[in-house]
Design a binder for this molecule. Sequence first.
Ligand code: ADP
Ligand code: MG
Length: 288
Amino acid sequence: SIPLGFFGGIGGASKNGILVKGGNYLEALNNVHTVVFDKTGTLTKGVFKVTEIHPKGNITEEALLEYAVYGESYSNHPIAASILRAYGKEVNKEAIESYDEISGYGVKVKVRGKEILAGNMKLMDKEEISYEPVETTGTAVYVAIDGVYGGAIIISDEIKEDAQKAIQDLRTVGVKKIAMLTGDSQSVGRKVAEQLGLDEVYGELLPDQKVEKLELLDRQKSSKGKLIFVGDGMNDAPVLARADIGVAMGGLGADAAIEAADVVLMTDEPSKLVSAIKIARRTKRIVW
Ligand code: ADP
Ligand code: MG
């Protein structure tokens, strides 16, 4: 049976916008060894801005952006939203004949008989497009039209205001290792990890590879300490499910993520994780 105090703890957590799906998770939060964060939308705002447009051949900047907009108009990914914002005009969605989002790669769309690809280098490789990698500190979205490379759109994101403090506070409450997994490039991943002082970072990961890295990090920690994964639910439901404690952020995010998570933070502040750990500690003192 679950000690009554746990219900108090769960109630206290929910008043703070933290949903804990059971007393066992509250108990587990008392003994966290490793915290693994997703990047986009979790440690960074997920609100990208278009900073550069590099068209190739005789395509104009405007035309390249428009191809990307048609490619992204059905996507819920934060990258898609940024491209639609930069374009700023309405899109005739009736022109879109088919739409395919490839998790961890990008999108493949048919518009007025043309096939548009928009995504990362892995998508270009997979679809055998000959393209030129762009040197950038941002995230590059490569675009191809009917199998021909059309250029790249560079977007960049910002670190969340409270991320730095959350990382410091996690160390204060005794977390031994803090790592980040991302589907974004190694260079973007390393830049964020350096700014936040994270212990480890793994980039260019597909959803399955995120699970593999999580398992590696799980094996590396001492057997008693728990491993937390924190994600925004975009492409990370499998990792949320695999962690000792899966934490979904943003409350109203993807249903699949809320389903897979053990703890749901109703706001998208990483510092809420520190609050959850502190509430779990207070609960333990009351219960035992
Ligand atoms: P993260 O791990 O940073 O949260 P995701 O796993 O959601 O990122 O996506 C990984 C990568 O896949 C992105 O950095 C991007 O390169 C590519 N990608 C995913 N969805 C899209 C999309 N809709 N448009 C363009 N690129 C995409
Ligand atoms: Mg993500």
